[in-house]
Design a protein around this ligand. Structure first.
Ligand code: MSP
Length: 528
């Protein structure tokens, strides 16, 4: 394998969310990764990159088969219904993906068969005996030491693992130990953040064991190509969903076609429960098939309730549909991306949710625009003043520094830092306005100074809206509209991103531009 050329800037950027299990409707945990991926996709579009944003569903396996059985309907029908729910939530949350990869499609089946053949020809698959505890909720064999006395894994404390003793086909993961060690020691930046990387590395140090890639007594999966008594293990099939996603809609489903433009994928965003699959199993499978590995893996934490991972299997998840209906998409996106440091766990609290949104978006940012626009209408006929702001102006210096800070933050997938930097500018704008008191200057007849102050603040609000737009596209669009632009951040196509691509800099608001009458851009939230 050639070692991937990391961190080289190409014009394409492909990123993925995990492919979600469809054992229930999507909840806030599934939405979390997808909001993050959408924000990053929007950021890279603003930077002028061609972006392919991939999400989708993982539809095979025992967990889904049982869920469909419990509903007394055919598994495919169950999956189709759930996919509708995922799409509905993504629309509500203003998520714009380019590909929705479903693992039950015939196209995916062909990709899996071709990939399987490569690994088979390499001699990396053999028949063996599998004994052990299987957690159906994780779709994963567990080590005895990782289970509680009741034989539950820590992620699913209310679901017992099941004892299995069967013939399975195995993938020779152990043969890739050395290459994986070399890969991560040469490129530690491939797994972020560092704390999660260390977890993966310490697991790897214990010695990688071959894992089974087939199941017996399970109908709901692709048939195992070389043995009709087995089906392919859900994870082997699911990871390849990332590859299938790369096909253009009218491409013939072959590996060559899938890999031609977007490979290797730039970034997988995943939760910490599935890091072994992505950091160890997946790259080994790719090495076996002679393919490059994904450039970067970002592993985030869990949204918890009372300290326990919210989830479909545990049944304690926050209803993302309800939350979004009640507070709207920008609020939900902003809260989770700003308030939970990406990589760590975070507990949800509705009072805090309302307080943060009101303080940051309604007051610091929304109100700043509102009061400044009101003055612009009173003192400058609602037009952007024609003034030059001196280099030494404190707010200008802050505004000029913002691009570097925010770009760095987004590149490091540190949404809380990006929001913090933007908010810092809005707070500085409020302080600047209070200290420089343009209303007094106006009374003193100092029109030029009034105009300078108003321009500096309006431009700061514009910059803040621009850099927050990956996270709050609706709000940013509303701010831009009030400032007199005709831009929708919600439907940002690549062309629009290109025309906007210098908007991250200071000094873009143009003199004489007619602005709208002020209206609240972010309505204050009330606790339900
Ligand atoms: N189907 C597999 C992924 C296959 S990828 C080829 C799977 N699906 S899942 O629906 O169970 O989880 C998908 C993602 O959602 C995981 O990254 C998981 O960490 C994330 N989350 C599910 N519940 C979550 C929280 N409560 N909090 C944060 N993320 C959570 O695993």
């Amino acid at each position: 394998m050639t070692t991937p050329a990391l961190n080289t800037v190409s014009d394409t950027f492909a990123l993925t969310t995990p492919l979600y299990y469809v054992n229930g409707r999507p909840h806030i945990g599934s939405a979390y990764t997808t909001m993050a991926a959408d924000a990053l996709a929007r950021f890279y579009r603003l930077r002028g990159r061609s972006v392919l944003s991939i999400t989708g569903t993982d539809e095979h396996g025992q967990k889904i088969e049982r869920t469909a059985q419990s509903r007394n309907i055919a598994p495919q029908l169950h999956c189709d219904e759930m996919v509708g729910e995922f799409n509905r939530l993504w629309e509500k949350l203003n998520i714009q993906y380019d590909r929705f990869s479903r693992t039950t499609t015939p196209r995916h089946h062909l990709i899996v068969k071709e990939f399987f053949q490569r690994v088979w020809d390499k001699g990396d698959i053999y028949l063996g005996e599998q004994q052990g505890w299987y957690c159906v909720a994780c779709e994963e064999f567990k080590e005895e030491r990782d289970l509680t006395e009741e034989k539950c894994c820590t992620t699913h404390p209310n679901q017992k693992a099941e004892w299995r003793d069967e013939s399975n086909y195995f993938f020779r993961l152990s043969s890739y130990q050395e290459r994986l060690e070399e890969l991560y020691s040469a490129h530690p930046e491939m797994i972020q953040p560092e704390s999660r990387r260390n977890e993966v590395l310490s697991f790897m140090k214990q010695g990688l064991q071959d894992f089974s890639i087939s199941r017996v007594n399970l109908a709901w999966g692709f048939p195992f190509p070389t043995d009709p008594d087995h089906t392919i293990y859900v994870w082997f099939d699911a990871l390849l969903g990332y590859v299938t996603a790369l096909l253009d809609p009218d491409d013939e489903p072959t590996l060559d076609n899938a890999l031609k433009r977007w490979w290797p994928i730039d970034l997988h965003i995943i939760g910490k429960d599935i890091s072994r699959f992505h950091a160890l199993y997946w790259p080994a499978m790719l090495m076996s098939a002679g393919l490059e590995v994904t450039q970067k893996l970002f592993i985030h934490g869990f949204l918890t309730k009372d300290g326990l991972k919210m989830g479909k299997s545990t049944g304690n998840a926050l209803d993302a549909f309800e939350l979004t209906d009640r507070y709207q998409s920008d609020a939900v996106r902003y809260y989770f991306l700003k308030e939970v440091e990406f990589g760590r766990d975070g507990d949800f609290n509705e009072t805090r949710f309302v307080n943060v949104l009101n303080a940051d978006l309604a007051n610091d940012l929304g109100n700043l625009l509102n009061r400044t626009l009101r003055m612009a209408h009173k003192y400058c006929e609602g037009k952007v003043p024609a003034v030059a702001i001196p280099d030494s102006d404190a707010l200008r210096s802050r505004g000029e520094a913002l691009e570097g800070q925010v770009v760095n933050a987004y590149k490091n997938v540190a949404f809380h830092e990006a929001c913090g930097a933007v908010l810092g500018l809005a707070q500085a704008g409020n302080k600047y306005l209070d200290e420089r008191a343009p209303w007094t200057k106006y009374k003193e007849g100092k029109q030029e100074i009034v105009e300078e102050i108003l321009y500096a603040v309006l431009e700061s609000v514009r910059l803040a809206a621009y850099w927050l737009s990956p996270i709050t596209p609706t709000l940013s669009g509303a701010i831009y509209k009030q400032l007199g632009y005709d831009v929708s951040f919600s439907n940002l196509k690549e062309e629009a991103a290109i025309t906007l691509n210098n908007h991250g800099q200071w000094g873009i608001l143009s003199a004489g531009q007619i602005m709208e009458k002020p209206q609240p851009v972010f309505q204050k939230l009330e606790l339900a």
